[in-house]
Design a protein around this ligand. Structure first.
Ligand SMILES: Cc1ncc(COP(=O)(O)O)c(C=O)c1O
Length: 395
């Protein structure tokens, strides 16, 4: 890509594209939001890295505490992956337990401790390069209360980590009441409950999914919108757990997380003005309204073409389910998480690009910068693409 502004970007050949990748979900306010860019430029002119704490870091942390219901304290990292890694380390340190439980299909970045069971068949490492010894301390379970109860029963699990929105930002919705139940079970067993809100944080509401459902985790991993399109992440949550980071050298309970770019000043500058713009909830509401309209219109295209499936999702996201009848909740995890399959997915992607629209693996993030014109172009591109996919025998 050459440039981007608002809901659109332009490639090196000059094609104009309606973007639903939106910085992999980081850009709730659209590309190159004027206030964010100005804050970055101003801070870059002041200093890039002063090698010491600065006021921006405190202001950024105060914004997180003000917005995220469970946040008593905050510690910044350089990415969402690192936030998940740090949350797990804090949980292991506090409980003295080695094991981690995670849910099948849920993604928590590329860190070795959680790179298991993300994709079908959900029973092994997600990548080459993971030593078998690491797997011994990670148990992957289905998103079912009974499975959680069973795995926590022995009292040797340090943390249960999950995407609070459901796997892949709601592509695989969680069962109703599940978060309430895991909160109860983790409290009973002394297990640290970690919500990964790297995507859902500040998007589902100013306080993320936890604000919407009213369930407070012990720790929350944040990223993406937190840093307004710059690299950044954070762990927030219970002060007694985060307090391990502030213990003196030599204290065996001390948790360390050295990192050159933790709380990077330029990311802090972008994050502060982003969080200011999303604090009232109006930004989330307006993006969510547009996404709901887009989901309805994309589903209507499928109906008109006689193709089973629909566009679904929550908040300002959408996911395309093609070739399946019924609600996503009624489908097995392996089918939902397998997505559209490689051929259909790439043909759909190319078809939409021909219409000047970029999807994100059959899904998308809507921002406050999107408008009716973008939606119209998207629906038109979809209506032109679906018959081609049908003619190719892919639908
Ligand atoms: C739910 C979730 N957790 C963690 C991560 C990792 O964040 P990052 O890419 O900033 O390392 C991602 C990234 O997409 C994510 O979607």
């Amino acid at each position: 890509m050459a440039t981007a502004a608002g809901s659109r970007k332009w490639d090196l050949d000059g094609h104009e594209i309606v973007c639903y990748v939106m910085g992999h979900g980081a850009l709730l306010l659209g590309h190159s939001n004027a206030e964010v860019v100005a804050a970055i430029q101003e801070q870059a002119g002041r200093f890039l890295h002063a090698g010491a704490s600065n006021e921006l870091e405190c202001e950024w942390a105060e914004a997180v505490v003000a917005l995220v219901p469970s946040a008593e304290q905050v510690c910044f990292t350089s990415s969402g992956t690192e936030a998940c890694m740090l949350a797990l380390r804090l949980a292991r340190a506090a409980t003295g337990r080695p094991r981690i439980a995670k849910l099948a299909g849920h993604f928590h970045g590329w860190g070795g401790q959680v790179a298991f069971g993300t994709d079908p068949p959900f029973n092994g490492p997600d990548t080459a390069g993971i030593p078998p010894a690491l797997q011994a301390d990670v148990v992957v379970i289905p998103a079912e209360a009974e499975a959680v109860r069973e795995v926590l029963a022995d009292g040797d699990v340090a943390a249960l980590i999950l995407e609070a929105s459901g796997a892949a930002c709601g592509m695989v919705p969680l069962p109703a009441g599940f978060l309430e139940e895991v909160r109860r079970l983790t409290l009973e067993s002394g297990t640290v409950l970690i919500f990964d809100e790297v995507v859902s944080g500040f998007r589902w509401s100013p306080g993320g999914v936890q604000q919407v459902v009213g369930v407070q985790p012990d720790l929350t991993a944040l990223g993406k919108i937190l840093a307004g399109g710059m690299p950044g992440g954070a762990v927030c949550g219970r002060a007694d757990l985060l307090g391990a980071l502030a213990l003196s050298r030599g204290d065996p309970r001390r948790v360390t997380h050295p990192g050159t770019h933790n709380a990077h000043p330029v990311a802090a500058a972008a994050g502060i003005v982003t969080l200011r713009q999303v604090a009232s909830g109006e930004a989330q509401d307006s993006a969510a309204r547009l996404a709901a309209e887009l989901r309805r219109e994309l589903s209507a295209v499928l109906d008109r073409c006689g193709v089973a499936g629909r566009a679904y999702g929550e908040s300002s996201t959408f996911h395309l389910l093609l070739g399946h009848e019924g609600e996503p909740e009624s489908l097995p995890l392996s089918e939902l998480k397998a997505g559209l399959g490689p051929l259909l997915s790439s043909e759909l992607h190319c078809g939409m690009l021909l219409g000047g629209v970029q999807l994100f693996h059959g899904s998308g993030f809507v921002s406050t910068a999107h408008c009716e014109r973008d939606l119209g172009q998207t629906v038109e591109a979809f209506a032109a693409t679906v018959p081609v996919l049908q003619a190719e025998g892919l639908l």
